[in-house]
Design a protein. Structure first.
Length: 466
């Protein structure tokens, strides 16, 4: 595997990039709708309603082969002419739905070809996706359902946000879908993956910007996660997220960057500063030698078994929307917030909720501080992030930075005297000093071979290239 190069630059909607169409899926299937036109028509035009219109716009703009799932006909090509009918798959007995799933897979084999090794993305209700899951898996295909965990209104909003506007500006639909596709392709490109040592050695250049990242685990690391969770765990993508997105609806700008998130929180931070580290620690708690969130052993494990991909995104205002779309497409198993419930995620939530507190508190925290020990240290406390997640619905990656921003927002709201520029979020003296010490204490970045990007031995000659 070759490592190197700069992070991919992705512009906002107004950017001038010439996107190439590259998505994680190979085929798109969309569910039909109860409401139809009164006369026979092409299948793509027979079904009506806002949800079907959003699904159709997504499928058309994807650039992929796509078909319509019908309770009566199984699979319909967009141009198939049919008449209106009144048959709802959810109202049919289980035996009918099971037979329907096998029938659909047989039709796809004729219309599309062998699905083995393919990813089939389905935009439909559970009544349609559930009967397909087992037959597709038996044929070696992967079923992806990016909107399966969303309610009706949330699905409609998902399609509006992903491809708006849906009718007035077809070019905008195509640009938005291609933008998400380019990000998804970059975040899943093995050639872009770096070891933690390689990422740190590359330096801040190109990463002191907002963007998206993805973390990947090798086979041995997946085995450790399986042992820790007591569940099957496959190597590959495990986690993804963003750094630096504008906070809506307040419009407050974030000071986070890809370098700050990955280098200072994931790789050299404490667990209370990083949702990712906290999740890893919870998953690996029962693995011998990996029972501490901040232990050097966890750092060593990350260095041995994980790879990271960083993708810079210029438009921080759009970054949150892009993250939602990418997570819906990729669905990394260790991402918890906003993702559909699985047995693995339920196990992780249980473990994270029972994590031992460093100061022995009961997990409650005020906005500004945790236990008395935390106040003396000048930090907000380990339970601050959990409190924010419970109240606001999201877990801050950097609780102390989040608290600093909240304090500034409070001062502004109540009309406190501030500098002419409005002031900037300030960490406490203790936190700022500790982070400065941690930054200076980091070991020097290893020297890499300019050809294969592997770490050089002490003699300075690459064993692979010489």
């Amino acid at each position: 595997m070759r490592h190197g190069g700069r992070p991919l630059d992705v512009k906002g909607r107004g950017g001038r990039n010439n996107w190439c169409m590259a998505v994680a899926a190979d085929l798109v299937l969309i569910g039909c709708a109860k409401s139809t036109s009164a006369q026979p028509a092409r299948a793509a035009e027979l079904f009506t309603g806002a949800l079907f219109t959003g699904r159709r716009a997504f499928a058309q703009a994807s650039g992929l082969p796509w078909y319509i799932l019908s309770a009566q006909y199984g699979v319909l090509a967009p141009g198939d002419v049919i008449g209106p009918y009144d048959l709802c798959l959810a109202d049919q007995p289980r035996a009918y739905r099971q037979a329907w799933g096998e029938f659909v897979c047989a039709q796809l084999a004729v219309l599309y070809g062998d699905p083995s090794g393919r990813t089939i993305e389905v935009h439909a209700d559970a009544a349609y996706t559930d009967p397909l899951r087992l037959p597709l898996e038996k044929r070696g295909a992967r079923l992806a359902t990016p909107t399966g965990h969303l309610g009706l209104g949330q699905q409609q909003a998902w399609y509006r946000n992903l491809s708006a506007p849906t009718t007035d500006d077809p070019a905008a639909v195509d640009r938005s879908v291609r933008e998400v596709a380019a990000l998804t392709a970059a975040l899943t490109d093995p050639a872009r993956a770096r070891t933690p040592a390689e990422f740190l050695a590359a330096g801040q250049d190109g990463f002191n910007r907002p963007g998206l990242y993805s973390w990947w685990v090798d086979g041995a690391g997946a085995g450790d996660l399986a042992d820790g969770l007591g569940m099957t765990f496959a190597p590959g993508l495990i986690y993804a997220g963003q750094a630096g997105a504008t906070r809506w609806p307040s419009g407050q700008r974030s000071t986070n960057t890809l370098w700050g998130r990955i280098a200072r929180m994931h790789l050299s931070g404490r667990a209370e500063f990083s949702t990712f580290r906290r999740t890893l620690a919870a998953a690996l708690r029962d693995v011998p030698g990996l029972d501490g969130e901040n232990a050097p052993q966890l750092d060593a494990w990350i260095g041995r078994h994980l790879r990271v991909i960083a993708v810079a995104v210029d438009d921080a205002d759009e970054l949150g929307r892009l993250e939602d779309a990418v997570l819906a497409a990729l669905d990394p198993p260790l991402n918890l917030r906003g993702r559909p419930t699985t047995a693995l995620r339920a196990r992780l939530r249980e473990r994270r909720g029972s994590r031992p507190s460093r100061n022995g508190d009961d997990g409650e925290a005020s906005l500004g501080a945790g236990s008395a020990g935390d106040v003396e240290e000048g930090i907000v406390g380990e339970s601050y992030a959990s409190a924010v997640e419970a109240v606001r619905g999201h877990c801050p990656e950097d609780p102390d930075q989040h608290a600093a921003e909240e304090r500034l927002a409070c001062h502004r709201h109540f009309g406190a005297a501030l500098p002419s520029d409005g002031g900037r979020p300030a960490l406490t003296r203790q936190v700022a000093a500790r982070r400065d010490r941690q930054s200076r204490a980091q070991p020097p970045a290893p020297k890499l071979c300019s050809t294969c990007r592997m770490e050089l031995p002490l003699n300075g000659r690459c064993d692979n290239c010489q």
